[in-house]
Design a protein. Structure first.
Length: 130
């Protein structure tokens, strides 16, 4: 997603200051991935998750869905973190072991990151075929 100006986000328990840039958010939708993503993209619902507070201030550039029966959120969060210039500590990860699920990316690394996610997914679970 793209954030075009400085944003000060506040939830009931936390606050964050985000700089302009391209961000990647890693979430899970165990038991309902499509409906969870649809809920976030359509908007208009009560703010529940941290991402709900961010989306009104950001332009969604796309969503990459990686269905799985296993909980892989922490793995992918660490993986995406390798392409980041900033970690937004505590965002979207209050119930997980990772430091964050929101990263400000190096702009020149976005395409490389997406390609490497798909390659890694193929290694983990041969669900993608050439």
């Amino acid at each position: 997603m793209q954030v075009d100006s400085n944003v000060n986000l506040k939830t009931k328990a936390r606050s964050w200051e985000l700089k302009p840039g391209t961000y990647a958010y890693i979430g899970s939708g165990m038991g309902g991935l499509t409906s969870r993503v649809k809920r976030h993209l359509i908007g208009g619902k009560k703010n529940h998750w941290h991402i709900d507070f961010l989306l009104p201030h950001a332009k969604v550039l796309g969503a990459l869905l990686l269905p799985s029966n296993k909980r892989e959120e922490d793995f992918w969060s660490v993986f995406v973190g390798e392409y980041s210039v900033e970690v937004v500590e505590g965002f979207g990860s209050s119930d997980r072991d990772t430091v964050t699920n929101l990263y400000r990316l190096k702009d020149e690394e976005l395409e490389k990151m997406l390609t490497n996610i798909l390659r890694k997914r193929r290694e983990i679970d041969d669900c993608f075929h050439e």
